[in-house]
Every structure is written in C-alpha cells, then in structure tokens.
Design a protein around this ligand. Sequence first.
Ligand code: SF4
Ligand code: SF4
Length: 141
Amino acid sequence: MRIGTMLGDVLRSLFSRTATRQYPVERAQPPTQLRGKLYYDPEQCTGCSLCVEDCPAYAIELITIDKTKKQFALRYHVDRCTFCGQCVESCRFKCIQLASNEWELASLDKAAFTNLYQRAENDASNVEKVAATDVETPDKE
Ligand code: SF4
Ligand code: SF4
C-alpha cells in the first residue's frame, strides 16, 4: 500500500464514527429473542422430566422433593448449557425461560455456574440432601 493511500485511510478513520462499541462501558440492547440464562418456575412444574430428557448437554437435573405434593427443584449447570432452547420447547407448562437480558455469564467463581431453583419455602440444604439420593438423570446411551 502506498503511504499516501494509507495516510488518507488514517485521516478518514480519525474523523469518522467508530464501527465498534467501547464494551463494557457502552452496551448494546440485546434482542428480545436472545437466549441467556435459564430460569425455572417450580410452581407449575409437574415433574415430567421432559426438559431433563431432552437437554442435549446434561445441563439440568430435576430434584424430587415430594412427588405427591408436586414439589420439585431444578439444578442448572450454566457451564454445560448451549442455550439451544430445547428445554423451553419441551416444557408444556412454561416453567422454563431463557432470560434475554442475562447473557454476561462468565465468572472466576466456579460456584456461579451451578444454580439451584426451588420453592421459597424449601430449605436449600434439605434440597441438596434429597438431591444426593434422588436426581433425575437422563439416559441418552
Ligand atoms: S437451553 Fe439447551 S442446553 Fe441449556 S438447559 Fe435447555 S436444553 Fe439444555
Ligand atoms: S418439562 Fe416442565 S413440567 Fe416437566 S419437569 Fe421440566 S420444568 Fe417441570
């Protein structure tokens, strides 16, 4: 490239609008269809396990707390999730949503990649105890 042409490009760049954003200071509004972090609503869950069975990444585990009272919890592994949206499609009761505004999910803390969703009245330590003995794991062999 000739020096004159290069100089012209440099000057044009200096006075034109930047094509990129100064992330993370400047943020774009994510599209509403963006598939971000998974959220689970235990109130409507029937424990059918379709979401677990259909997840290709083994990213969700269903914990049965009390089957007769339809009480379930869900453990979600963010670091395994491919955000494919299959679990949302599979759930007939709209218990699972992927938040479009939560997509900055990187963390230096490994614990941040495991989320336990449960009813407010449930004790988390009790749920973990139940999970140790009874977790729906998909059979994908
Ligand atoms: S979005 Fe896809 S990979 Fe993530 S939990 Fe749902 S089914 Fe699994
Ligand atoms: S598919 Fe829906 S109703 Fe069935 S276990 Fe998953 S979240 Fe619950």
